[in-house]
Write a protein that binds this ligand. Structure first.
Ligand code: GTP
Ligand code: MG
Length: 178
């Protein structure tokens, strides 16, 4: 005889935002969470924290525990500790900052070193609203993503372009795998 426990509680998927300081990780999460964008002076994230969001994919609830990390070099060792049990990683660069794009290879190297082999990775070229200041072409982002066999989108935390879509795509992939 068995006691069957039926729960509506969705499984929690740990998702981490990564990328250089200033690429827009906090802005992207705030936009997704509240719909708001704060322009003005930039305050770098110190430490680490998470926001929980439930996304509906094909009538199924997928719960994302989204961790916002500090991009500054001096916090990297702290961040590494969070990679191991991550289910998904959103890796951001800033399309107006070529260095942040060039550093993606190093980020992917760290991911290979510290994260699980089957972690879901999504590369995001953020600040896509900044037409005139653009320093990285969309094709370059696409090519890099293809080279590493990861998904890719351009986003804007300011305009909201692809913000929900990026998280939904990750949730969909996580749902397929679980
Ligand atoms: P760290 O916490 O240091 O790792 O940086 P971060 O990646 O969290 O960057 P943050 O979200 O704080 O954004 C840095 C700056 O870029 C802020 O001034 C934001 O207002 C601005 N910003 C972020 N996303 C966008 C975007 O999509 N478009 C534009 N135009 N500005 C953005
Ligand atoms: Mg931040």
């Amino acid at each position: 005889q068995y006691d069957v426990i039926v729960s509506d509680e969705p499984v929690v998927h740990k998702t981490i935002l990564l990328g250089d300081s200033g690429v827009g990780k906090t802005s992207l999460l705030v936009k997704f969470d509240t719909g708001k964008f704060h322009s003005g002076s930039f305050s770098a994230t110190v430490g680490i924290g998470f926001t929980t969001k439930v996304v509906t994919v094909d009538n199924t609830k997928v719960k994302l525990q989204i961790w916002d990390t500090a991009g500054q070099e001096r916090f990297r060792s702290v961040t590494h500790a969070y990679y191991r049990d991550a289910h998904a990683l959103l890796l951001l660069y800033d399309v107006t900052n070529k260095t942040s794009f060039d550093n993606i290879r190093a980020w992917l190297g760290e991911i290979r070193e510290y994260a699980q082999d089957d972690v879901v990775i999504m590369l995001l070229g953020n600040k896509a609203d900044c037409g005139l200041d653009r320093a990285v072409r969309r094709e370059d982002g696409e090519r890099l993503a293809r080279e590493y066999n990861v998904a890719f989108m351009e986003t804007s935390a300011k305009s909201g372009q692809n913000v929900e879509l990026a998280f939904i795509a990750v949730a969909r992939e996580l749902k397929c795998r679980s």
